[in-house]
Write a protein that binds this ligand. Structure first.
Ligand code: ACO
Length: 269
């Protein structure tokens, strides 16, 4: 009975994937982690999917790891089971970080601890103003692991990251946007509309360029300027191998056909 832990459908180029344990506030148990990997694998190379949106059923985005099933019950089985369940959760977050398609976290409600892994894995994040975030690990006596400390240090100013990690205090979507944990926050009743608008903007772009760009942003963050310069030349040349006409067509429509202006929008594909 693992099939229901993740719900999804595809409409107009967007894969809407949802954590689907609303009665458990979408906390991540091993069954959900395994199922999410399968769903991501199934959607990644489908031609009818251009953008993936990750949200949660019910009042939560995700209440983090399942303290009973992911921690207590797995630990009771021994080290092998612990490492296995870590591999399953970290595995789908990693797959999502380097996903073929651009991804948007649509944070509709509670987002705690382990939830910061998939939150960071999504390329963009848009939250409801009413959503609530916390690194609640400190409240039950552990440090924010599973990458969560790295996530806040990567995304937030250090003072805010430290305060967030040490206090476990709840912040709402607006504060999460102010601290750069998410791109922006909008009222819950406008969340899906805003996410759809952003997804449509991405759907207009060249898919090879989107994949090259999202990877470049994550890669160059860790590089010196000179290494980044070199990587970016090579990344574009590698992208040309898979899409050798895109950029030429973009130039042609602007310079020869004069049918659009790259400063104002995407070329016609
Ligand atoms: N692990 C296991 N079970 C959970 C979790 C979780 N992370 N979150 C919620 N649940 C379960 C509850 O035990 C409860 O189960 P029950 O119906 O069998 O009693 C059910 O989900 C509903 O939860 P409630 O607490 O009744 O829901 P409420 O809406 O009142 O509160 C809230 C929501 C604030 C999210 C609360 O459930 C909570 O504090 N959850 C834990 C959040 C957390 O700290 N997660 C761990 C982060 S650290 C990490 O991920 C490594």
């Amino acid at each position: 009975m693992t099939a229901d832990t993740v719900a999804y459908h595809v409409a107009d180029g967007i894969a809407w994937v949802r954590f689907n344990r609303p009665d458990k506030r979408n906390c991540m148990n091993p069954a959900l982690n395994r199922r999410m990997m399968e769903v991501l694998d199934e959607l990644e190379f489908r031609d009818d999917v251009g953008v993936l949106v990750l949200s949660g059923e019910g009042s939560a985005w995700s209440a983090g790891m399942d303290l009973k099933e992911y921690f207590r019950e797995t630990e009771a089985k021994g080290l092998g089971a612990v490492r296995q369940s870590q591999r399953e959760s970290y595995g789908w977050w990693r797959a999502l970080r380097w996903y073929q398609k651009p991804t948007i976290a649509m944070v509709n409600g509670w987002c705690f601890g382990g939830g910061y892994g998939p939150l960071y894995a999504c390329d963009l994040a848009i939250a409801a103003e009413e959503a609530k975030f916390a690194l609640s690990e400190i409240n039950w006596g552990i440090l924010p692991g599973g990458g969560a400390t790295k996530v806040v240090v990567d995304l937030m100013p250090l003072r805010d990251a430290m305060y967030h990690a040490l206090t476990g205090e709840l912040i709402d979507g607006r504060k999460a946007a102010e601290w750069r944990l998410v791109n922006e926050a909008v009222p819950l009743d406008q969340l899906q509309e805003r996410v759809t608008q952003v997804a449509r903007m991405l759907l207009e772009k060249n898919p090879a360029a989107l994949k090259a760009t999202k990877d470049a942003v994550r890669r160059v963050k860790e590089m010196t300027y000179d290494n980044a310069e070199d990587y970016l030349v090579r990344a574009q040349e590698a992208a040309n191998f898979h899409d050798n006409t895109g950029r030429k067509e973009g130039i042609r429509q602007f310079i020869d056909e004069k049918s659009y202006k790259p400063g104002l929008g995407a070329y016609r594909r």
